[in-house]
Design a protein around this ligand. Structure first.
Ligand code: DQA
Length: 156
């Protein structure tokens, strides 16, 4: 195989504060640390699969910006990895955007923490049903697991 897989990695509100934000829950890695680890993982997966895996890694605190980015993925990206952060529990808009492109652009939801082991308000994800799967509780490593799962699905 010599195709290119373009994957959009989206990070929602407050994830730019990783490293100093509640490290007991979210870990000590910063968002740039996670991006770097994902780039290394993408390079390894590229040589394993023969496909070139290109990541576009973004953060926004703005719900509307995330919705706009998701809505523009059709025809441009092959898959999405998203940590919607607090919007997971509140945003029908992000969920609807993911559903609007899901026929062509599958998404995987990631959480650093195990939200089911936290406050009840975090147990419900509005966005998970718009995704092919969810990975949570492994801090930054969850992003690499999500990348492996998405690439496996896209190259199957
Ligand atoms: C989070 C979990 C959310 O409940 C929280 O609002 C976040 C981060 C996680 O990655 O564990 O901001 O998505």
């Amino acid at each position: 195989m010599s195709s290119e897989l373009k994957i959009l990695v989206l990070n929602g509100p407050n994830l730019n504060l990783l490293g100093t934000r509640e490290p007991d829950i979210y870990g000590k890695e910063t968002l740039p640390d996670i991006q770097q680890a994902m780039e290394q993982c993408a390079a390894a997966l590229s040589s394993q699969t023969g496909a070139t895996i290109a990541l576009d890694f973004r953060h926004s605190n703005a719900e509307s910006e995330l919705i706009t980015w998701i809505g523009a993925t059709r025809g441009t990206f092959d898959g999405i990895i998203i940590n919607p952060a607090a919007l997971t529990h509140t945003s029908l808009g992000v969920a609807d955007a993911l559903k609007a492109v899901a026929d062509k652009v599958p998404a995987i939801e990631v959480h650093l923490s195990n939200t089911h082991a936290r406050e009840e308000i975090r147990h419900k994800s509005l966005t998970a049903s718009a995704c092919v799967g969810q990975i949570m509780g492994f801090q930054g490593f969850g992003y690499e697991l999500a990348l492996q799962a998405l690439v496996r699905r896209l190259t199957a």
